[in-house]
Ligand binder design. Structure first.
Ligand code: ADP
Length: 356
C-alpha cells in the first residue's frame, strides 16, 4: 500500500484487524486520516470503536495489518513511544498536582527547559480558558474544568494526534454541550489531528470533519457528517445516523415507485432503475398531509410526545410500523388513534437499492 507516502496523511490504517480468540473485535480496516482532521469513530456499544482507538494508541497490538504515523510503522511500538495525546472519560489528573503542574508534567518528562515549559503552560491555560485556576487542585474544579485540564495536558507537547475516548461521557447534558463547543474551538485554534470516539450521533455531527460509522466490528461508512446524513450509503447508517425509518418498496419498469405493502404508485423523478429498494424516511423530512406527487403513507398515531418546540410522533401504517415523525409543537395537535397522511417529498427521500 503506498498511501503512507502521502504527506498530508498523518495516520494510515492498513488492513488493521483485531481478534480475541474466535471473536473479531475489528475486521480488517483501511483508511487514512488527514492532517488537521477531526475524525470521529461513531457506533453503538460493542461495534469496535474502542478496539480501533486502542490499536492506534498502542494499548493493544493488531492481529494483522499495520498502523502508520507519518510514514513510520508504529504497529509494534509502545503507547509511550508513539507519543500520541490521549484523553479519556475519567480525567486521570494527578490529584496532588495543581492545574499548571498537571499541564507541565509531560513537558518535564520530555525535558523541556523551564522557560519554554512556563510559556507553554501559560499558552495552554489560555487555550482552555483556565488562567485563573492555574494554582487550583483538580478536586477544586468542576467536571468540565477537569476535562479541560486533561485536554490541555494532552495537547501541551503538541502531539501529532490527540485520541479521545468518550471524553464527555461523564458530564451532564448542559456541560456536555458547552464542552463540545470548547473542544471544537480548541481543535480549530491548534489544528491538531483529533481522533474521537463516541456513541452519540449529535456529538459526532457537531464536532467532526469526518465520521467513520462502525457496526459489527467494521467501518461501514466514512464521510463528512452532512453527506452521511443526506446520503447514507447503507440502511444501518440511515437508521443510526439519520434516524430514518426504513420502509420496503420497489420501482417498476415504468419508473413508478410503490411501497411493498400497498397498491398506489408514484412517479420517481430521480429516475432510478427498477428493482427492490429501501425507502428511508427521516423524522423531519416526513410531512403531515398529502403533497402532490410525493409518496404517501396512511397511518394511525400510536403516540405523541412533547419535546419543547417539537413533538415526536410514532405512526403505524400498513407499510411500516413505528414510523418516527417530528412535527412543530405549535402546529396541529395529534393524539393516539388519530388517522394521518404522511408524505415524503422526493427531495428528502433516501432510496437504497436492495441486492440479493
Ligand atoms: P465499542 O467501543 O464500540 O463499545 P469494543 O471495541 O469495546 O466496542 O468491542 C468490540 C468487540 O470486541 C465487542 O464484541 C467486545 O465484547 C469485544 N472485546 C473488546 N475487548 C475485548 C477483550 N479484551 N477480550 C475479548 N473481547 C473483547
Amino acid at each position: 500500500m503506498n498511501v503512507r507516502t502521502n504527506d498530508s496523511q498523518v495516520l494510515v490504517l492498513d488492513e488493521v484487524a483485531k481478534r480475541y480468540g474466535a471473536l473479531t473485535a475489528l475486521a480488517p480496516t483501511s483508511f487514512a486520516i488527514e492532517r488537521g482532521e477531526f475524525l470521529t469513530l461513531l457506533g453503538p456499544s460493542g461495534s469496535g470503536k474502542s478496539t480501533l482507538l486502542k490499536l492506534i494508541a498502542g494499548f493493544e497490538a493488531p492481529t494483522s495489518g499495520a498502523i502508520w504515523l507519518r510514514s513510520r510503522d508504529i504497529s509494534r511500538l509502545s503507547p509511550a513511544q508513539r507519543e500520541l495525546g490521549m484523553v479519556f472519560q475519567s480525567y486521570s489528573l494527578f490529584p496532588n498536582l495543581t492545574v499548571a503542574q498537571n499541564i507541565e508534567y509531560g513537558l518535564k518528562r520530555r525535558k523541556w527547559a523551564a522557560d519554554r515549559r512556563r510559556d507553554r503552560v501559560a499558552h495552554m491555560l489560555a487555550i482552555v480558558k483556565l488562567e485563573h485556576r492555574a494554582d487550583a487542585l483538580p478536586a477544586e474544579l468542576s467536571g468540565g474544568q477537569q476535562q479541560r485540564v486533561a485536554v490541555a495536558r494532552s495537547l501541551a507537547y503538541d502531539p501529532d494526534v490527540l485520541l479521545m475516548d468518550e471524553p464527555l461521557g461523564a458530564l451532564d447534558r448542559t456541560l456536555r454541550l458547552e464542552m463540545e463547543s470548547e473542544i471544537k474551538r480548541i481543535h480549530s485554534e491548534l489544528g491538531t489531528t483529533f481522533v474521537y470516539v463516541t456513541h452519540d450521533q449529535q456529538e459526532a455531527m457537531h464536532l467532526s470533519t469526518r465520521i467513520a460509522i462502525m457496526n459489527n466490528s467494521e467501518v461501514i461508512a466514512l464521510g463528512e457528517p452532512d453527506d452521511l446524513f443526506r446520503n447514507p450509503p447503507n440502511s444501518f447508517t440511515a437508521e443510526f445516523f439519520s434516524d430514518a425509518t426504513m420502509v420496503a418498496g420497489r420501482i417498476d419498469h415504468d419508473g413508478r415507485f410503490s411501497f411493498a405493502q400497498g397498491d398506489t404508485a408514484w412517479g420517481d423523478p430521480t429516475r432510478r432503475s427498477s428493482g427492490l429498494y429501501l425507502f428511508g424516511i427521516r423524522p423531519r423530512a416526513a410531512k403531515v398531509g398529502v403533497i402532490d406527487g410525493a409518496p404517501v403513507l396512511q397511518g394511525i398515531v400510536r403516540s405523541s410526545m412533547l419535546f419543547g418546540d417539537e413533538t415526536r410522533l410514532i405512526i403505524d401504517s400498513d407499510a411500516v410500523s413505528a414510523l418516527r415523525v417530528v412535527v412543530p409543537t405549535r402546529g396541529r395537535r395529534f393524539s393516539a388513534g388519530q388517522h394521518v397522511d404522511i408524505s415524503i417529498p422526493w427531495d428528502d427521500a433516501i432510496l437504497l437499492p436492495q441486492t440479493g
